[in-house]
Ligand binder design. Structure first.
Ligand code: AMP
Length: 223
C-alpha cells in the first residue's frame, strides 16, 4: 500500500506521517527532508535545490522524482510507504504512476483553513538532527528550545519566515491543490479535517487507514 499525504505547508502532514509510520510500520518518505539533507551535505543536487527552497518555490520535477525513485527502491519500502510532500504537481503524480504504478494507493488530504496554516508555520520549530517537529503553543518541547528526542538545539526552518510562508502557500494553491481533483477522479482521495489536536486528527486518519489496509490485506490474501 502507498499512502500519500496531501496538504498545504503547515497542515500537520509531517507530524501525522510520523505517527502513521509508527502505527503501521511503513517508512515515511519526506521529499522536503531528503532535499534538506542533500543541502546540508552540500551534494551537487543539494546545491541546485538550496536557493529554490529558500524562496519557497518548487524544486525541478526531475530532481525530486529521482530522489523518490531511489528511495522507494529500498527493500524497507517493499510492503508500503508513506509519501509526505510528494507528489506536489500533476507531472509528479504521473511520474509516480510510472515509477511504481501497480501498488494500491490511498491519498489522505489534510484540509486546514489558510489562516490556521500561517499561524502554525510561524510557530513551528524543528530539530536539525533528527527532524522532529514541534509547535511552540500546541506541541512544545519539554525543555525550551531543545529536542525531546536527541537534545539538539531546535531551529526555525529558513522557509518558515513570513514572506517565504506566503510564497509557499501561493505555490501550493497554484500547483499542488490541483492534485485533489486528480486523486478525486482516481477515487483515492480521502479528506480529513486537519483542525483540532494532533490526537484528534490522528484518530480521523486511523479510522480511514484501518479500513483501507484491512481491504488491502484481503485483496492480497485473495490473489
Ligand atoms: P516540505 O518540507 O515538504 O515543506 O518541503 C520544503 C521545500 O522542499 C519545498 O518548499 C520545496 O522547495 C521543496 N520540495 C519538497 N518536496 C518537493 C516536491 N515534491 N517537488 C518540488 N519541490 C519540493
Amino acid at each position: 500500500m502507498r499512502i500519500i499525504l496531501l496538504g498545504a505547508p503547515g497542515s500537520g502532514k509531517g507530524t501525522q506521517g510520523d505517527l502513521m509510520a509508527k502505527r503501521y510500520g511503513f517508512p515515511r518518505i519526506s521529499t522536503g527532508d531528503l532535499l534538506r539533507q542533500a543541502v546540508k551535505m552540500r551534494t551537487p543536487l543539494g546545491r541546485k535545490a538550496e536557493a529554490i527552497m529558500k524562496e519557497g518555490l518548487l524544486v525541478n520535477d526531475e530532481i525530486v522524482e529521482e530522489l523518490v525513485r531511489e528511495r522507494i527502491a529500498d527493500p524497507g519500502c517493499r510492503k508500503g510507504y508513506i509519501l509526505d510532500g510528494f507528489p506536489r504537481t500533476v507531472a509528479q503524480a504521473e511520474a509516480l504512476k510510472e515509477i511504481d504504478g501497480k501498488r494500491p494507493e490511498i491519498v489522505i488530504g489534510v484540509e486546514v483553513p489558510s489562516e490556521v496554516l500561517m499561524e502554525r508555520l510561524s510557530r513551528r520549530r524543528v530539530c536539525p538532527s533528527c527532524q522532529a517537529i514541534y509547535n511552540l503553543i500546541v506541541q512544545p518541547p519539554k525543555d525550551q528550545g531543545q529536542c525531546d528526542v536527541c537534545q539538539s538545539k531546535l531551529v526555525q526552518r529558513s522557509d518558515d519566515e513570513p514572506d517565504v510562508i506566503r510564497e509557499r502557500l501561493k505555490v501550493y494553491c497554484e500547483q499542488t491543490e490541483k492534485l485533489k481533483d486528480y486523486y478525486l477522479r482516481k477515487r483515492s482521495y480521502r479528506p480529513v479535517d486537519g483542525r483540532g489536536t494532533i490526537e484528534e486528527i490522528f484518530r480521523r486518519i486511523v479510522h480511514i487507514l484501518d479500513e483501507a489496509l484491512g481491504k488491502d490485506e484481503m485483496r492480497r490474501v485473495e490473489t
